[in-house]
Ligand binder design. Structure first.
Ligand SMILES: Cc1ncc(COP(=O)(O)O)c(C=O)c1O
Length: 256
């Protein structure tokens, strides 16, 4: 078999995924995440993260997750600190900023990792009331250059964010690779403890499959069905005892 490492959607889905889909596709299920499979998946994620109070949401892709989460977490005048090399500052071509939240890029080194020392000057500069208020730090694990955060690095960042009233959001589009790396000593419970929210990218192969289904439906004139075929995607706002959850914040009509 020839392996392509160009990206994570050069292949379709694992045979077990295809089998499970074939076995269940004619089952009648409620949509919009209300089915038993989504509930079971959310429980499994809560268990693996050792975070029974976590609010688990399912979204279809990384870009949608980033801008949905960031728009939910922030007030209109608040901005996002992110690595200059980060996906949300480049490849997402303004998706986050289209929601009104400016990206404040941190010039990072070649590893693409953000440190507290790099954030401090941005906070200092943005004390000017004419400038956007930094309120959230977005990091990716692994970074654009494929480097992973250590527990010590994430702990330092988390402490700094808490001391400076900044939310810490981890883009986990590549989280599977990061946690499987021998260079990483982080676990899912660590992420639940150290970040305010993170997501688990389940691999774009699955979405590629959904995309195909979407195209097939469109070609049969049934494009609207796509919204009902939700992927088991990924957003895990880590709920603090004080109730800083995205869900609670939104439900109360205020940002977290
Ligand atoms: C770190 C990171 N975040 C977000 C995304 C966006 O994911 P999607 O292609 O599902 O919109 C990608 C895609 O490459 C990514 O690498």
């Amino acid at each position: 078999m020839k392996y392509l490492f160009r990206n994570d959607y050069s292949f379709g889905a694992h045979p077990k995924v295809l089998t499970a889909l074939a076995e269940t596709s004619m089952e009648g299920n409620a949509g919009y995440g209300e089915d038993g499979y989504c509930k079971r998946c959310a429980d499994l994620i809560r268990g693996l993260c050792n975070c029974p109070q976590a609010d688990v949401q399912f979204l279809i892709g990384g870009t949608q997750t980033n801008f949905t989460a960031i728009a939910a977490f922030l007030r209109p005048w608040e901005g996002v600190i992110a690595a200059d090399s980060s996906h949300i500052n480049g490849h997402e071509v303004g998706a986050v900023e289209a929601t009104g939240h400016k990206i404040l890029p941190v010039p990072t080194g070649p590893d693409g990792k953000i440190t507290p020392e790099q954030i401090a000057p941005i906070l200092e500069r943005h004390k000017d009331p004419h400038l956007v208020k930094p309120r959230l730090v977005e990091i990716a694990d692994a970074t654009e250059s494929g480097m992973v955060y250590t527990k010590a690095e994430l702990t330092a960042l988390s402490q700094f964010c808490r001391e400076h009233d900044l939310l810490l959001f981890l883009d986990g589009a590549r989280l599977g690779s990061a946690l499987a790396s021998p260079a990483s000593d982080l676990t899912l419970p660590d992420l639940a403890e150290l970040t305010d929210a993170f997501y688990i990218g389940e691999g774009r192969a699955h979405r590629r499959l959904l995309h195909r289904r979407h195209q097939e439906r469109r070609s049969h004139g049934r494009g609207a069905g796509y919204r009902q075929s939700r992927s088991p995607a990924r957003l895990l706002p880590h709920q603090k005892a004080a109730g800083r959850s995205a869900g609670q914040g939104l439900a109360a009509g205020r940002p977290v």
